[in-house]
Design a protein around this ligand. Structure first.
Ligand SMILES: NC(=O)c1ccc[n+]([C@@H]2O[C@H](COP(=O)([O-])OP(=O)(O)OC[C@H]3O[C@@H](n4cnc5c(N)ncnc54)[C@H](OP(=O)(O)O)[C@@H]3O)[C@@H](O)[C@H]2O)c1
Length: 313
């Protein structure tokens, strides 16, 4: 373990006047974001890592980013910053608590860069909700090894409109990542959940996204999306029924061999984000008295696969 590893982009002398950011979980997404922020010199970046690495190298569609921001692997080496960017998987929230206890000061804002619709709820026990900024991320990125990432295409992020969202977007003005401020963020994240929840069919069949071209698989996708729409509407999202066919079509139009991240996790026997992507539909459905039998069955099967992979790890 290292406690304070200064890289060649260690804190500059004008630290007092510069904004500071800590990226908790610099994996595929956190590492990509951190590299763009460090390379654009928008803010002083510290990486809060579980597995240390030397340099952060990201192959992007336009350039190769090679940076070495300050890196710490122990929460007790952390200090309050202006921004904390959380980019762990959704099932790793508990592990971020010790970081947050050190990094969050009176003025700190915490951006949650994760999938699902529960960004704020997930961190409610650790950070006051008015400091939390949910971020919807659309940046296809894969990690080959700690600190070695491939970004597949130009990325976008979406945040709720408002002063925190605006300040977050400003951090990326010089990065090749487009951040948009949404006046209906709830709808945006539920639209994405419709896509992600349908992806479970690929995971359960152990087939790439092209499986959507087969009608029986597409029918299960439609049922999952229908339930997701019903629960999303009860949560305040504006979701049109046309989403059902457009999501299925999106899977059919994608390269037949595309592997979603949960299928990649299944194949590598890593934990899966099944609860944030499928379990949530049933959990929130129950709250509104909406039956979600297909989502419940799918979540149960994914949980079973996850559990047996865990017992073999
Ligand atoms: N990848 C994509 O294309 C993509 C696209 C859109 C949205 N997302 C969402 O973005 C989120 C992050 O996904 P990802 O693909 O970036 O995951 P990832 O590559 O697995 O990265 C997660 C990182 O969190 C680190 N971590 C876990 N617990 C930690 C702790 N206690 N302290 C410090 N670091 C910790 C992991 O460390 P180790 O190095 O030790 O594993 C890893 O570096 C997920 O919710 C995912 O669904 C991903």
């Amino acid at each position: 373990m290292i406690d304070d590893k200064r890289g060649d982009e260690a804190l500059p002398t004008d630290r007092q006047s510069r904004q500071t950011a800590a990226i908790v979980g610099p994996g595929s997404i956190g590492g990509t974001i951190a590299a763009w922020l460090a390379a654009s010199d928008a803010i002083s970046v510290t990486l809060c890592v579980r597995t240390p690495f030397d340099r952060l190298v990201v192959e992007t569609p336009t350039t190769r980013l090679d940076v070495a921001p300050r890196q710490i692997s122990r929460p007790d080496a952390a200090q309050p910053v202006d921004w904390v960017l959380i980019a762990t998987k959704t099932y790793d929230v508990a592990g971020t608590a010790a970081w947050l206890a050190q990094l969050v000061g009176r003025e700190t804002r915490v951006a949650v860069l994760q999938n699902g619709v529960e960004h704020v709820r997930r961190f409610a026990d650790h950070v006051p909700s008015d400091r939390l900024l949910p971020v919807m991320v659309d940046i296809p990125a894969e990690r080959d090894a700690p600190g070695r990432i491939r970004q597949r295409r130009r990325g976008t992020m979406e945040v709720p409109a408002g002063s925190a969202g605006h300040a977050f977007a400003a951090l990326f003005e010089r990065a090749e990542i487009d951040v948009s401020e949404s006046s209906d963020f709830v709808t945006a994240i539920w639209q994405k959940l419709c896509v992600n929840s349908a992806g479970a069919v690929s995971v359960l069949s152990n087939e790439p996204g092209g499986v959507a071209r087969r009608e029986p698989a597409a029918e299960i996708m439609r049922a999952l999306i229908r339930e997701c729409i019903a629960v999303g509407r009860a949560e305040g999202a504006v979701l049109d029924d046309s989403l059902i066919e457009s999501v299925v079509q999106r899977y059919r139009d994608a390269p037949a061999d595309s592997v979603n991240s949960m299928l990649a996790d299944r194949r590598a026997s890593r934990p899966m984000e099944w609860d944030a992507r499928n379990g949530v539909v049933g959990r929130l459905g129950k709250k509104h008295g909406i039956a979600t039998p297909v989502s419940d069955t799918v979540a149960g099967l994914l949980a079973t696969i996850d559990e047996s992979a865990r017992s073999k790890r």
